[in-house]
Design a protein around this ligand. Structure first.
Ligand SMILES: C[S@@+](CC[C@H](N)C(=O)[O-])C[C@H]1O[C@@H](n2cnc3c(N)ncnc32)[C@H](O)[C@@H]1O
Length: 315
């Protein structure tokens, strides 16, 4: 491994905890919807050998290639598909992975994607305003920044970035368009917000997160992916999801809570009219967070929150 590769190598987050919850057993079938560099996938394959199988999806063909190299030794036990986990409901049955014994979603970006300025995800370093996970997609962050109506841009930055200065930042962007590079955008945000001024996080953090979520429809895909994953699980099958920001985690928490309840009528409804039936049992009441030792070893893990559930029914 070169020095460069060593510093950007992706370390799987909450690995021990994920394995405890997914509990892979011999011969079982797993779906990793975010296979990335294949770290979690490899550990799952080691646990479900000698004949357990894994389907790995990634929206990013570069990530899929890295996973292919890492998992080559597992031969036909691994199937890799360039796809969005929002399409899990079509891809998994087509590949013979329905029902599945476990599904993992490790959301967000890998260290490698973040570290590559050419991808435009990071406000450190300079690169094109791209931010697409999947190059087949046409709209980039530059399209959004330069062509979205200011109201829409402000909504995106406020809602997806949870940025209190969204109005000010949007006005500054609108006055400086067109912007082509991440460094240009950082400069505009710095000027609009008065720079770092003792803040804990960089002033561009929230805007970059918002644009990335919008460009990749992260929340829409997560909602589709979670519902498909729950449908896909065999009775007794396990779902584990690692979220890295509060919008993702909220969606995961609400979906798992809703699917673990027999009635989802409004709390004041006198009688149940929804007919909803629980499909899941929660395996985590509160999200699992990395230990201080893991955060020290892998700072990228610091915002990770892991939630898991088991599909109801007898296997
Ligand atoms: C945090 S990394 C996963 C790392 C992996 N668990 C490992 O141990 O190497 C997240 C991966 O999910 C992919 N990804 C993000 N959103 C996706 C989506 N909607 N569909 C498919 N892949 C997605 C990213 O391209 C990235 O490779």
């Amino acid at each position: 491994m070169t020095d460069d590769a060593a510093t950007t190598a992706h370390i799987p987050v909450l690995l021990v905890e994920v394995l405890d919850l997914l509990a892979p057993g011999p011969g079982e079938r797993f779906v990793d919807g975010t296979v990335g560099a294949g770290g979690h996938a490899q550990a799952i394959l080691d646990r479900c050998g000698p004949d357990g199988r894994l389907l790995g999806l990634d929206a990013d063909p570069q990530a899929l290639q890295a996973a292919g190299e890492r998992l080559r030794a597992y031969g036909e036990r691994v199937t890799l598909v360039h796809a969005n986990y929002g399409q899990l409901g079509d891809v998994a049955p087509a590949q013979g992975f329905a029902p599945a014994d476990g599904v993992l979603l490790d959301l967000g970006l890998s260290s490698r994607q973040l570290a590559d300025p050419a991808r435009g995800f990071s406000f450190q370093g300079d690169g094109p305003l791209d931010m697409r996970l999947d190059p087949r997609q046409t709209d980039t962050a530059a399209d959004l920044v330069n062509h979205a109506a200011p109201d829409e841009l402000q909504r995106i930055i406020a809602e997806y970035g949870e940025e209190r200065q969204a109005r000010r930042i949007t006005q500054a962007i609108a006055a400086s368009r067109p912007l082509h590079t991440t460094a240009e955008l950082v400069q505009v945000i710095d000027r609009a917000t008065g720079g770092r001024r003792g803040q804990r996080i960089h002033p561009a953090t929230r805007t970059f997160q918002a644009l990335r979520i919008a460009v990749n429809d992260e929340l829409g895909n997560l909602e589709r992916g979670l519902n498909a994953a729950i449908d896909l699980l065999a009775p007794g099958g396990r779902l584990a999801v690692i979220a890295f920001h509060s919008l993702e985690d909220r969606l995961v928490k609400h979906t798992l809570q809703r699917e673990s309840r027999d009635c989802i009528c409004p709390p004041r409804a006198p009688v149940c009219t929804c007919g909803h039936q629980a499909r899941l049992a929660l395996l985590t009441r509160k999200p699992i967070r990395p230990t201080p030792a893991e955060v020290a070893r892998n700072p990228r893990s610091r915002s990770a929150r892991l939630r898991a559930a088991r599909k109801l029914g007898t296997p």
